[in-house]
Design a protein around this ligand. Structure first.
Ligand code: FAD
Length: 438
């Protein structure tokens, strides 16, 4: 209930941030108005600008603000709002030119007024920014490079939009409105400064040391981190943190990893990381004693946020990491509730945590169903990929009373979610962790 109330509060704060600059425009003196479509088009332009500006607040990762929703949902909303802002930005000139065809004269490069140049610059930045975000993987843009340009283009798009508004001067012709429409956008940039300067400083005050590194099955490594000069990092089982190793948090090279260890031991964190790309392939070479910084914890993918009489956990590959935290925490708490773990992997030899899962079956009410894509010749268990048939064979009779968590590669998560829905599990009881934030 608390999270519902604080969720409503944060939505209200968001609406105030977006609507205040717009309402200010309606305070007298207000221009007489030229006609509905003309004024509507201006409203779209102003609305797009405030929506773009307030996205800096959405991505500032204010922990209390993202807590009720989960950060993956906040990023999802950020993406959707940016696309709506782009749509409004495109519609703004279309309506203006349709209403007043004489404006086409202004498009001649030789005589183009500077407010129009600023508007076109802003639109181009926005188009490149959103295009590169939607098709980043297809365009082969490396994540860190993409993020750097994403921020730069966002600041450029917003600055040029404000220059355009100021130069046109319509609706902001009163000096106090003009000033306000500089001060408010500057406050949006504050969110960016908070995220890029203040937050890294706070994170640096609570460093960690790598105290152990273990090789795991399936090209994965477990990194053990202990706090240096502070009590630790309280988290809920299933949550994740943004981790910086080899760099300070200022370097913008942090990666998200789930805590795999028990939430009952916040003074000794374990992250299990699968070798996948440039960054994760270097994890095996981390030196003991190396400094690390953690930002978080984030996420609502936790049994502590979704109380139920029992759980079903569905993992694909390294998606098992947050589930290890859940299972280890349940063991430490002597939690008697039943849990089923469906664990899809390629091979038996590469099944990360294979031995420990067998031990956990002895200490908590855990049943593990392993599904192998390339099973050994004497394998008698499930094969192939997670499917409705496999789930139907193993789910308990009281399946409707359980809460479901799904984590792994996107196609596997979609298949598992669809299978659960087909088996009559209500969508509200299915929690998914998005490993693919962008
Ligand atoms: C909430 C969450 C929890 C995760 N938990 C784990 C875990 O416990 N163990 C584990 O092995 N992996 C986990 N991942 C995935 C892990 O973050 C990526 O595999 C890793 O960042 C890839 O980096 P790379 O440079 O090695 O690979 P790349 O080949 O460069 O990246 C592969 C993909 O990972 C994503 N990615 C890359 N860099 C970042 C970044 N800085 N921030 C966000 N996404 C990025 C992008 O979608 C990219 O396309 C988690 C991801 C998320 C979102």
């Amino acid at each position: 209930m608390n999270f519902i109330l604080s969720g409503i509060l944060w939505i209200c704060i968001y609406l105030v941030l977006v609507l205040t600059p717009l309402l200010v425009l309606l305070v007298r003196p207000v221009p007489g108005g030229i006609g509905f479509w003309w004024d509507f088009s201006l409203a779209l332009g102003f609305a797009a600008t405030t929506m773009m500006g307030v996205t800096f607040a959405l991505t500032a990762r204010f922990r209390h603000a993202v807590e009720p929703f989960g950060i993956d949902i906040v990023y999802y909303v950020h993406r959707r709002i940016s696309i709506i802002a782009l749509f409004f930005t495109l519609l703004h000139p279309v309506l203006l030119f349709a209403e007043e065809p004489m404006l086409f004269e202004m498009l001649k490069p030789a005589s183009m007024p500077s407010h129009l140049m600023a508007a076109i610059g802003s639109l181009v930045c926005l188009l490149v920014l959103i295009g590169c975000s939607i098709w980043r993987a297809q365009l082969g843009i490396e994540y860190d490079r993409w993020r750097f340009w994403h921020i730069l283009l966002a600041v450029a798009a917003l600055t040029l939009a404000i220059v355009h508004i100021q130069l046109v001067g319509y609706y902001v012709d009163a000096p106090w409105k003009k000033t306000l429409w500089v001060v408010i956008p500057a406050s949006w940039i504050f969110f960016l400064l908070y995220r890029r300067l203040v937050k890294p400083l706070l994170i640096m005050r609570r460093p960690f040391r790598v105290t152990d590194l273990r090789q795991e099955r399936g090209n994965a490594w477990t990194l053990v981190l202990e706090p240096e000069g502070h009590a630790g990092f309280p988290f809920l089982p299933g949550q994740f943190a943004w981790v910086s190793i080899w760099n300070t948090p200022f370097a913008m090279r942090e990666h998200p990893f789930s805590m795999a260890s028990s939430a009952e031991h916040p003074d000794k964190l374990e992250l299990t990381i699968k070798e996948l790309g440039d960054y994760t392939r270097r994890i095996g070479s981390v030196q003991i004693g190396e400094r690390a910084y953690l930002e978080g914890p984030y996420g609502i993918f936790s049994i502590d946020r979704h109380q139920a009489p029992g759980y079903v956990l569905i993992a694909g590959g390294i998606g098992v990491a947050p589930f290890m935290s859940i299972l280890r925490t349940m063991a430490d708490r002597a939690d008697p509730r039943p849990v089923q773990l469906y664990y899809a992997a390629r091979t038996w030899e590469g099944l990360t945590f294979r031995e420990e899962l067998q031990q956990l079956e002895a200490s908590i009410d855990l049943e593990t169903v392993v599904i192998l894509e390339e099973p050994p010749s004497d394998w008698e268990g499930e094969t192939g990929r997670i499917s409705e048939e496999i789930l139907a064979r193993h789910l308990p009779k009281e399946r409707i009373k359980r809460c479901y968590f799904v984590d792994g590669p996107v196609p596997m998560m979609e298949a598992a979610e669809n299978a659960l829905l087909a088996l009559g599990i209500p969508g509200r009881d299915i929690q998914v962790e998005l490993y693919d934030l962008v």
